[in-house]
Write a protein that binds this ligand. Structure first.
Ligand SMILES: CC(C)(COP(=O)(O)OP(=O)(O)OC[C@H]1O[C@@H](n2cnc3c(N)ncnc32)[C@H](O)[C@@H]1OP(=O)(O)O)[C@@H](O)C(=O)NCCC(=O)NCCS
Length: 188
């Protein structure tokens, strides 16, 4: 079947919105009997790829992940659903917002596990970043997400500029002063 959006320079958010649902089996658990954070991260990377590659119409790589805070532990036997959509597009990068929820199948209670933002970059056949289609925002919520993602990008750039300014002083005494109150000590 032909793809109606193949030649378009803009694609709607709904075109690439993706949901993955997976059963949490015992082999996914850690020593505490809860689901390994790495299993959830791997599923997030997978859904981010599907969503990004579908929008881009190209292979994509994960450039960065904006905060993964696990709000609730996930139990063995729960269903985990990852809801992903493109929140923002730059030139060759795009941001996929992912909401992760877990569900107790017996009680149908649903828990918000986390929400994170994956920046993905589209690549061409020569492994070079390639332009992604623009985004058609179809609701007020999608406009809000786009603007929030743009703010996060600006904040991250400012943060990096500020962090780069934090140079290490030459004098030992100055280090000691800067580290006072911290739970570390300088050997010899
Ligand atoms: C991410 C990557 C493609 C950036 O390549 P690059 O040559 O630095 O490309 P550019 O500087 O031209 O940046 C390309 C885009 O990526 C964005 N980008 C690059 N690094 C980024 C980062 N750390 N966080 C967010 N966005 C980033 C840039 O803002 C730019 O976006 P835009 O085109 O929409 O303005 C490259 O570093 C890479 O391939 N990294 C490895 C990715 C990978 O293998 N991921 C899987 C990890 S196992």
């Amino acid at each position: 079947m032909s793809n109606p959006f193949e030649t378009l320079q803009y694609k709607p958010v709904s075109f690439s919105a993706t949901v993955i649902t997976e059963l949490m089996i015992p082999s996914y658990s850690n020593f505490g009997g809860k689901i390994h954070g790495g299993i959830i991260l791997s599923l997030m990377d997978k859904v981010a790829y599907v969503c990004a590659a579908k929008h881009a119409g190209n292979y994509c790589v994960t450039a960065s992940i904006d905060a993964v805070d696990f709000l609730q532990p996930v139990e063995v036997g729960y269903l985990v659903s990852l809801l992903a959509s493109v929140n923002y597009v730059g030139k060759t990068s795009l941001v996929v917002g992912i909401k992760v929820v877990s569900e107790n199948i017996k009680t149908n209670e649903v828990f918000h596990t986390n929400t994170s933002y994956f920046t993905m970059v589209a690549k061409d056949e020569n492994n070079q970043p390639v332009q992604v289609p623009g985004l058609i925002l179809e609701s007020r919520e999608q406009v809000r997400r786009f603007l929030e993602a743009r703010s996060r990008k600006e904040l991250k750039n400012n943060y990096k500029r500020e962090a780069d300014k934090a140079v290490m002083p030459e004098e030992d005494e100055r280090w000691r002063e800067m580290l006072s109150g911290e739970r570390c000590t300088i050997a010899n």
